[in-house]
Design a protein around this ligand. Structure first.
Ligand code: MIG
Length: 800
């Protein structure tokens, strides 16, 4: 790689002086003497787009990542010309554009530098492919920290690293290995507790260098396409993420069952084996909602076929599994077997839907079925055709979810593990080579799959999971982190990846619990389950090469731990669903790394183990064998140890006990945590009451929310949901809980069972909506500190 002193000798070109300037509503153009145009678009007061052309010439404007539903509009825009610069002022930030160099600097309204160019935009002409290698370099003040970038299995804070985005099938990847399966060219920078974000929307291979090459410089570049990035001002880190997510899109709510526990293996077959596994879950009372069929369910690995020897009557099997509460999820890969007797192959040939090499032949590659061709998912007609292929699986057989694998795309036995660069793609009417389409291929496959599964599941909700993804994939699909390994180090990696994906707009992610390659010890599996139940997507999966990975293969103690933690997840379903709703509605990351939770506390900036699940539950995994606990940082504020109910003050590191049957877990004081009874699968039981665990806090109000609806279907979009907004006020001898309810959905339970934790007084009197009620009438249980009250109160007073 080149260094700075060499840079100018390596054919780098720089913009010259600005010679003209124009503004068209929200777009401001600066043209330089040597043909560079910088176009700044103001999307919102704190969201700006920077786009650079060379030779006076922009490409056609097209992006797969940007969502049409994102918020647009600003209240203020003032552009002024000064002697040596232009200034652009919005309600949130000020941008200065230097007339001599085209360099930009972004300030907050108090005049603090948020982000400024070092060399700014520069480029190199690509002799090999044509076009430019486009580059951007920014000043990196000492102490700046960096986060984001998708699935990178490296320390949460990216300072000092150089990383690459090129979706790659990395079987048994290691710590710090790069790149992996996903390309999310979005990072968050934070300096002096002020955060901003940059999304470099370019699907070519991109690089990010965070003070690795030069100590005071952060840069990013791409092997083609345009320098085209969005800037998000915080200063609050969560707002950076919500603005990025708003721009690149939010998911629909998943069916509630998809937030349950999933069991997978490569592969469960024949039918008898599948049933053995599912029955065992029920017999051992380990809740489970989904069972996966990996590639062996197909006939010779042909997508959309069934192996009739292993699965003679898939429709009956899927129905029987459904009667026992299991949803069947099947894998679908992109490679289509070259086989003239195979209808999917024949249709794609007839319609000319397979990817081709530059000179005309089909893109041929070996994957599981043998020699295959690959649909061009960047062609809208192909996506529509692909979507319709799901009719039988979903509509007739009753499968509830689809798992997209190998969509980097992966190809076996070739050096680059993927398509050659010259392969042609439609790119929605912007024909291009694989260099440009590679990173988006997996997302377009998942998108086509989502359209199909949704169409045939309707009015129920679809469930899709993908391995490869680009920014914006969260609109269509959940994801998992690929082929990890059954080692303690990988437990650390899984924790980082889930947090990083959350900060990168893709909260609905989880790891293969226990590890995909190799075989975990019972202890490692137990520790992984304890973490995995706090990840938005929760699935055990393994290659099956080194033994079984169902919880019972590790003995009774691990069965008990698994049951305990999976049951806890099921109890917390209303909490988890509410945090998903906040993600779907406002783009709020479901997992909050400590730095995102409290960026003003510099103790959090390099923390990576501890995270907040939703808004009020603090989790910290045990990541070593034989541990009886660990040291961890408890963020500022006060917390209750979930297990012991001990009250702890945050803002310092502490030792926390955690034998094999617990994980360090804390609840924020003032929180109201909703729980359902344990169910073996979503919908097994009628919910007779909603349990509310109220964690006492002295002082300021604390707000908690509970979102519920029909748990599936689209009625919630029409307002048929029930959103409860609770606010807790704690005094020395009284607590007040106010409830504000919106939405038209009527929950099936009639009462709340409220449990008080940490209450400093004995309950003497209870008032519901200003009426004193007898303690008998609300089933006051002094020992358990519980009462049962009608669900629709607006104000509850608990008095000493
Ligand atoms: O080349 O379908 O990451 O989850 O079990 C291996 C078989 C293909 C890789 C996936 C893994 C899946 C496996 N697949």
């Amino acid at each position: 790689m080149i260094t700075n002193t060499e840079l100018e000798h390596k054919g780098n070109l720089f913009p010259g002086k600005i010679t003209s300037f124009s503004q068209h509503v929200d777009k401001i153009n600066f043209t330089t003497e040597n043909g560079v145009i910088l176009q700044i678009t103001v999307l919102r007061g704190s969201v700006l787009r920077f786009r650079y052309a060379t030779d006076y010439n922009f490409e056609k404007d097209f992006s797969y990542a940007i969502s049409e539903d994102g918020a647009r509009g600003y209240s203020k825009l003032e552009v002024e010309e000064h002697d040596s610069e232009y200034s652009i002022l919005t309600a949130r930030i000020k941008v200065i554009v230097n007339k001599q160099t085209l360099n930009i600097a972004i300030y907050d309204l108090e005049g603090n530098v948020i982000c400024k160019d070092d060399w700014g935009f520069h480029w190199e002409q690509s002799y090999e492919y044509g076009g430019n290698i486009v580059k951007m370099s920014k000043s990196a003040p000492q102490g700046e920290c960096y986060y984001g970038l998708g699935d990178k299995p490296t320390h949460l804070n990216l300072k000092g690293k150089r990383l690459e985005n090129w979706a790659t099938d990395q079987y048994a990847f290691g710590k710090d290995q790069d790149p992996l399966y996903k390309s999310v060219p979005f990072y968050i920078g934070m300096y002096e507790e002020k955060a901003y974000g940059i999304f470099f929307d370019n699907t070519f291979k991109t690089y990010f260098d965070f003070c690795h090459e030069r100590r005071n410089v952060t840069s990013f570049w791409a092997q083609g396409g345009e320098m085209n990035y969005y800037f998000f001002y915080g200063p609050n880190m969560q707002e950076v993420v919500t603005r990025y997510t708003d721009l690149t899109g939010k998911p629909e709510l998943p069916p509630l069952w998809a937030l349950g526990y999933h069991q997978c293996k490569w592969s469960y077959y024949p039918e008898q084996k599948v049933k053995e596994v599912t029955s065992k879950f029920r017999a051992l009372e380990i809740p489970c909602d989904a069972i996966y069929l990996d590639i062996d369910y197909m006939e010779g690995f042909r997508c959309f076929t069934w192996n009739k020897e292993y699965f003679p009557d898939p429709k009956r099997m899927v129905k029987e599994l459904a009667e026992d509460g299991f949803k069947t999820i099947v894998i679908i890969d992109p490679g289509i077997k070259i086989d003239d007797e195979y209808w999917v192959y024949k249709e794609a040939i007839e319609k000319d839907y397979f990817c081709k090499r530059a000179d005309g032949p089909y893109m041929r590659g070996k994957v599981w079925p043998g020699e295959c061709f690959f649909p061009d998912f960047t062609n809208p007609d192909v996506r529509e055709w692909w979507a319709d292929l799901f009719k039988e699986i979903i509509d007739e057989i009753g499968v509830k979810g689809v798992w997209n694998d190998m969509n980097e795309p992966a190809v076996m036995e070739v050096p680059g593990k993927t398509f050659p660069d010259d392969v042609r793609h439609n790119y929605d009417g912007n024909p291009c080579s694989h260099r440009k389409a590679h990173n988006i291929y997996g997302t377009q496959m998942a998108r086509a799959t989502y359209e199909g599964v949704k169409k045939f599941s309707y009015p129920k909700r679809p469930f899709i999971i993908t391995r490869s993804a680009y920014s914006g994939a969260q609109r269509y699909t959940s994801s998992w982190t690929g082929d990890n390994v059954a080692t303690w180090e990988h437990l650390w990696i899984a924790n980082i990846q889930a947090q990083r994906m959350s900060m990168s707009g893709m909260s609905f992610t989880g790891s293969d619990i226990g590890g995909f390659a190799e075989h975990p010890t019972g202890e490692l599996y137990a520790r992984w389950i304890q973490l995995g139940v706090f990840h938005p997507f929760c699935r055990t999966h393994s290659s099956g090469d080194h033994g079984n990975q169902e919880p019972w293969t590790f003995g009774d103690e691990v069965v008990d731990v698994t049951r305990k933690f999976v049951s806890l997840r099921y109890q917390l379903l209303p909490y988890l669903y509410t945090m998903f709703w906040e993600y779907a509605e406002d783009g709020i990351p479901m997992l909050k790394p400590l730095v995102l939770f409290d960026q003003e506390d510099c103790q959090t900036h390099y923390r990576a183990d501890e995270f907040v699940f939703g808004n009020q539950i603090l989790v910290c995994p045990i990541q070593e064998p034989n541990a009886k606990g660990r040291r961890m940082y408890i963020p500022r504020g006060s917390w209750y140890n979930y297990w012991t109910r001990e009250y702890v003050k945050g803002g310092m590191e502490q030792w926390v006990d955690a034998d094999l049957d617990t994980i360090p877990l804390f609840v924020k004081d003032g929180a109201i945590i909703p729980k359902y009874p344990v169910q073996q699968y979503v919908g097994e039981k009628k919910i007779e009451e909603l349990k509310l665990e109220v964690y006492y806090k002295l002082g300021n109000k604390e707000v908690s929310k509970v979102f519920e609806d029909a748990q599936d279907g689209y009625d919630y979009v029409k307002g048929r949901y029930c959103l409860r907004n609770f606010s807790f006020t704690g005094k020395e001898n009284e607590i007040i809980i106010q409830q504000h309810k919106t939405g038209t959905y009527v929950t099936e339970y009639e009462v709340f069972k409220i449990e008080f934790i940490g209450l400093p007084f004995v309950i003497k009197e209870v008032e519901i909506d200003n009426v004193i009620v007898s303690l008998d009438s609300i089933q006051f249980n002094k020992k358990e500190q519980t009462i049962v009250v009608p669900k629709d109160f607006t104000e509850l007073h608990i008095i000493a």
